[in-house]
Design a protein around this ligand. Structure first.
Ligand code: QV4
Ligand code: CA
Length: 451
């Protein structure tokens, strides 16, 4: 009997590691700040046909709307409630996107901001994406509702109420991250509201969640919340499927909290991956590509089945979060194509491709003054659609790395390959040359792209 229970609990938690990708699909893409209407169209015209497994979307929950700086991208990481209207669109558009993407085999993963609400200095009024009233100063969020009883101030042990020392796991979890009002996830009431929010999305058809700021929440609290989640919608997923959970924990070593505290709950972001890959492709510290022949666990990364990996993310491509100077982004396009090509070809972790927007970088003493800039928008702050040109690239400041030819790789078109053509002998060997002068100095061979 005891053994049986052990197996059942183990099975349940492992289930949350499964991204439920449809057959033959292996990578997901973060369409950072895209509108729901554009994601729906992208699933049908590109992601479905090209074999992408899923999309990580920006937080769909109601968020603060800021004037200064004007509409920063990070306002979406300051929820004021769980209504589903955001800078990307309203609830109907969200639902339509989930349905249309699921119908072409592309899963949707929601960025869930459940550690906190808006910043303590967020004021009072209806400056929010659905127009709901809230008061940051009174800690009053009537649309949920949360009141001042639902926050962690009574537990936090620092004088400022902020996280002051990442060496102390109590402050990291019970105090405010950059002044963001910290939810008391130990309370059954708060757990219930968070689970209701996530369940509404599951019922609409999402396949799982990126859990924002996981390091700042206790594993025991999360276990209860995840345990209350519904099974996935059987219109698209087989009966009994559990939501895929991948948790944002930045663990480069040397802090009180480590990624491994969350492995039993779902996958975890492996931030060492992009940081190390950057040093290899930049040839820093005498790194060489040939040293990566044991790339993955051999480099001290977490176990394959626990990891979500990426070259860069929406934070560290603009100096937020962690990863350091080595991170390669679309700004270094030639290196970036090589690094992403390498990641996609390598069998380690669940791979996530970043899809960004451009902004006007302005470095003063090494710090980008414009790292706050939001997506391409009109004067009133509303986000612009993503125009697609006939050569398949995107316009209006949308970078669309996921559409770069080298990242989708060569295609088979009729009787020819659009990429490099390579002869593979019956013995499985091939002879080919890669010059370091090539514009794209790498080759990835896909077993099913043959003539
Ligand atoms: C500022 C000061 C505070 C001060 C406060 C006073 O920094 O010390 O107390 O004013 O009002 C924005 C501003 C930030 C501001 C804060 C509150 O940038 O300067 O505080 O708002 O007004 C994103 C951005 C943050 C942004 C936040 C909320 O990166 O800059 O803060 O959204 O809008 C750690 C965590 C990790 C986190 C990473 C960035 O362990 O979990 O930092 N990553 C995730 C997301 C990230 C997001 C958050 C967490 C928060 O990926 O995008 O932060 O949801 O490593
Ligand atoms: Ca917390």
């Amino acid at each position: 009997m005891k053994l049986f229970i052990l197996v059942a609990v183990f099975g349940l938690s492992l289930a949350q590691h499964d991204a439920h990708l449809k057959y033959g699909r292996t990578a997901i893409v973060h369409l950072f700040e895209w509108r729901w209407a554009d994601i729906a169209a992208e699933c049908e015209r590109f992601l479905g046909p090209k074999g992408f497994g899923g999309v990580q979307i920006s937080p769909p929950s109601e968020h603060i709307v800021l004037d200064s700086p004007f509409r920063p991208w990070w306002q979406r990481y300051q929820p004021i409630g769980y209504n589903l209207c955001s800078r990307s669109g309203n609830e109907d558009e969200l639902k339509d996107m989930i349905t249309r993407c699921n119908n072409v085999g592309v899963n949707i993963y929601v960025d869930a901001v459940i550690n906190h609400m808006c910043g303590a200095g967020g004021g009072e009024g209806t400056h929010s994406s659905c127009g709901s009233w809230f008061s940051a100063s009174k800690q009053d969020f009537p649309t949920v509702p949360y009141s001042n009883l639902d926050f962690n101030d009574y537990k936090c042990n620092t004088a400022s109420g902020e996280i002051e020392n990442y060496g102390d796991k109590y402050q990291v979890r019970d105090c405010r991250l950059v002044s963001l009002l910290d939810l008391a996830l130990e309370k059954d009431y708060v757990r219930g509201k968070v689970a209701d929010y996530m369940n509404k999305l599951i019922d609409m058809g999402v396949a799982g969640f990126r859990v924002d700021a996981t390091k700042h929440m206790w594993p025991g609290d999360l276990e209860v919340v995840y345990g209350r989640l519904h099974n996935l919608n059987t219109n698209w997923f087989s009966g009994g499927s559990r939501a895929f959970i991948f948790q944002e924990v930045i663990d480069l070593g040397g802090e009180a909290i480590s990624s491994s505290e969350y492995f039993h709950l779902g996958r975890v972001t492996e931030f060492k991956y992009g940081a190390k890959l950057g040093t290899v492709f930049r040839k820093w510290n005498n790194e060489k590509l040939c040293y990566t022949k044991n790339w993955g666990e051999g480099w001290g990364f977490m176990a394959d089945g626990n990891a979500v990996v990426f070259v860069d993310n929406h934070d560290n491509q603009r100096g937020h979060g962690a990863g350091g100077a080595s991170i390669v982004t679309f700004w270094d396009s030639r290196l970036y194509k090589m690094a992403v090509g390498y990641m996609l070809a390598h069998p380690y972790g669940l791979t996530r491709v970043m899809s960004s927007f451009r902004w006007d970088r302005n470095f003063v003493n090494g710090k980008d003054q414009n790292d706050w800039m939001g997506p391409p928008s009109y004067g009133d702050g509303s986000t612009k659609p993503v125009p697609i040109y006939s050569d398949q690239t995107c316009g209006d400041g949308w970078v669309c790395e996921h559409r770069w030819r080298q990242i989708t790789s060569g295609q088979k078109e009729g009787s020819r390959c659009t990429g490099k053509q390579i002869q593979v002998g019956g013995d499985g060997r091939a002879h080919f040359r890669i010059s370091n002068q090539d514009e794209d100095p790498f080759v990835a061979i896909h077993a099913e792209s043959k003539l």
